[in-house]
Design a protein around this ligand. Structure first.
Ligand SMILES: *Cc1c(COP(=O)(O)O)cnc(C)c1O
Length: 394
């Protein structure tokens, strides 16, 4: 097929056409098990009937209205998000990068409002991923995504992930924010240690800096809790969500407290499509389904099963040396002799009717539907095993 898009993506050789639950069919009619979930987006699988209903209902009522008005759909979603988290106020946007952009801008503004313009430094983690806008690639800790777009925004320092001492040493009275992914997603599915997040909270409290948790990937049920910070007992001042929030409909959100929100006064920040009624209606329905204790228990149970089964497959075939992650965000670390070849395995898996992801060159990542059933999980594992065997023989 002729490709009319800019070459920043290298597309897979199949074209998905339709999907239901954890199954996808391409334009040739071939079927796939989807254990990628659109990179942790399709939290309720594909084309969930309740989401279709919410979308259709809202589509017949109101699609878009300018941000000089609020809507019931936006207020209801914000109410759910604040009632079930640390937060009191929500800013809506359209993606994870935009949610982080808002979080970082708010942190700079809050520090300036309360402590002066010199309090502007941001502490982030090596290998972090926060999105692809200029500010978020700069705060992200992967120079390969930022260096070619220099000059970059200044006053950003990176410390090694899970190095509590380095973090404590980096935070000072000039720090306006510390931003952390509770589980580093893109760079290998690496869970934060509790001591690291606790150290971040302490350092922020000591120096009047804001703690930002980027839960764009870990958020909305992915780890078996609504948000991953609940596992740690450490509360942020700002939290960002996107990906699973709309479960396939584009929406992002920045959550914060009543103490911090006033720095985003009228006119300070905005987004034409942020809080779009269609997105909020779908996300509102998705919230109810994800927040259901049955869903969260299912994530915990099927995540444990999947991890155990993947570890067994890794041992049997010798390809994985470790399987890690929380809930249904799982990383299979390739054994040393296969290091750097995760992409090859995902390509082989696709040939065997299985969609999976990489997280860096050494980790195969799975982020399936939170509703993944036993049959699809087992069939997915069988296809992965076949793919691994074919790959080893190639
Ligand atoms: C995907 C991701 C983002 C960026 O989200 P977009 O919707 O692609 O802008 C930011 N942070 C984390 C942790 C992510 O996983």
């Amino acid at each position: 097929m002729q490709n009319y898009l800019t070459p920043n993506f290298s597309f897979a050789p199949v074209i998905p056409d339709r999907a239901a639950g954890s199954r996808v069919w391409d334009t040739e009619g071939r079927e796939y098990i989807d254990l990628a979930g659109g990179i942790a987006v399709n939290a309720l699988g594909h084309c969930h009937p309740a989401l279709i209903e919410a979308l259709h209902e809202q589509a017949a009522k109101l699609w878009h209205i300018s941000n000089i008005y609020t809507t019931e759909a936006a207020q209801q979603l914000a109410k759910k998000l604040t009632e079930h988290t640390f937060a009191d106020k929500v800013f809506f946007c359209n993606s994870g990068a935009e949610a982080n952009e808002a979080a970082l801008k708010l942190a700079r503004k809050y520090a300036r409002d309360h402590f002066g313009a010199e309090k502007n430094e941001i502490i982030a983690c090596v290998n972090a991923f926060h999105g692809r806008t200029l500010f978020t690639v700069s705060v992200g800790g992967q120079p390969k995504y930022s260096q070619d777009f220099a000059p970059l925004p200044p006053a950003i320092t990176h410390v090694p992930f899970n190095d509590a001492e380095a973090l404590a040493a980096a935070v000072s009275d000039k720090t306006c924010a510390v931003i952390i992914e509770p589980v580093q997603g893109e760079s290998g599915v690496l869970p934060a240690e509790a001591a690291f997040l606790q150290a971040a909270r302490q350092a922020c409290d000591k120096h009047n800096a804001l703690l930002i948790f980027d839960e764009v990937q870990t958020g909305m049920g992915r780890t078996g809790k609504l948000f991953a910070y609940e596992h740690y007992g450490v509360q942020p001042d700002i939290l960002t969500s996107a990906k699973a929030l709309g479960s396939g409909f584009p929406i992002g959100a920045m959550l914060t407290t009543d103490a911090v929100a006033p720095s985003f006064g009228p006119g300070t920040h905005g987004s034409t499509f942020g809080g779009n009624p269609l997105a909020c209606a779908v996300a509102g329905r998705a919230f109810d389904l994800i927040h259901d204790p049955k869903t969260l228990q299912h994530v915990e149970r099927s995540g444990e099963l999947l991890k155990t089964e993947l570890a067994a497959l890794g041992k049997e075939t010798g390809v994985f040396k470790d399987v890690r992650g929380v809930g249904l965000l799982i990383g299979c670390v390739l054994a040393d002799e296969y290091a750097g070849r995760a992409g090859e395995l995902t390509q082989e898996a696709l040939k065997h009717g299985l969609m999976i992801l990489v997280a860096g060159g050494n980790v195969v990542r799975l982020a399936p539907s939170l509703l993944l059933n036993d049959e699809d999980r087992q069939e997915g594992l069988a296809r992965l095993k076949a793919a691994v065997q074919a790959w080893l023989q190639a």
